[in-house]
Design a protein around this ligand. Structure first.
Ligand SMILES: *Cc1c(COP(=O)(O)O)cnc(C)c1O
Length: 220
């Protein structure tokens, strides 16, 4: 199947989930996650109509970036964990960083001097392998990020544990929505190929899809 064909099916599913929740399609940004795929796949997605792309690794996107500079209106989001020593490169490469999770990283990004849209990644599961700020420390980080002039805080992002049954991710999505409401944040980046319909029902404004658009990856 081509990206165009997969996108048509995905769009159908997004519309149906939005309709079930009484939401409009325009409230939801589809972020196409292109990690591990070559730059040609970003271009194929762009030609199929995609405009928002997500990448996980600074170095990987640094290598692809020169091949996609001509894609007018394309926006690139960093959705993978970011180490503060790579903050400068990330600030140069991406339009939005969805994974701010420490004060140190926020300060480093701010120092780069370029206006960046950011989200704070929240760790809602007990899994130690997952990154993100614990909910108890979110308030302090929101306050700090809001005080930094080059960072525009738009919302929260999360990645629940992997479940076979997407319904099991629902409480995590609902929890992120409640936290965002506590801080008057409007964007919620949640939902991947296996659970995006549930995420939309729970209020996702950004869904991050890789496999559903581009097929299986050979590497994580
Ligand atoms: C890989 C990845 C995705 C996309 O995952 P799929 O299951 O292929 O849709 C979304 N978000 C993050 C943070 C990822 O690392």
């Amino acid at each position: 199947m081509t990206v165009k064909e997969r996108l048509l099916q995905v769009e159908e599913r997004i519309h149906r989930a939005a309709a079930r929740a009484g939401r409009r399609r325009e409230e939801i940004t589809l972020v196409a996650v292109t990690k591990t795929f070559p730059a040609a796949v970003i271009r194929e997605g762009y030609e199929a109509g995609l405009r928002d792309f997500g990448e996980n690794y600074v170095q990987e996107f640094e290598a692809k970036r020169p091949a996609v500079t001509d894609l007018a209106g394309a926006r690139f989001h960093l959705v993978g964990h970011l180490q503060s020593n790579k903050a400068r490169r990330a600030a140069e490469l991406f339009d939005s960083i969805q994974t701010v999770d420490t004060a140190k990283l926020a300060r480093r990004l701010n120092e780069c001097g370029r206006l960046l849209e950011v989200m704070i990644e929240v760790r809602l599961s007990e899994e130690e392998t997952k990154s993100g700020v614990p909910p108890g420390e979110l308030g302090a980080l929101v306050k700090l990020v809001r005080s930094l002039p080059n960072l525009k805080l738009v919302g929260l992002m999360t990645m629940p544990p992997w479940f076979e049954d997407p319904e099991r991710a629902r409480p995590y999505f609902a929890r992120l929505r409640e936290l965002a409401a506590d801080f008057s944040l409007s964007c919620l980046s949640m939902g991947m190929s296996g659970d995006f319909e549930v995420a939309i029902e729970e209020g996702a404004t950004h869904i991050r899809l890789g496999t559903a658009l581009f097929g299986p990856r050979t590497r994580p």
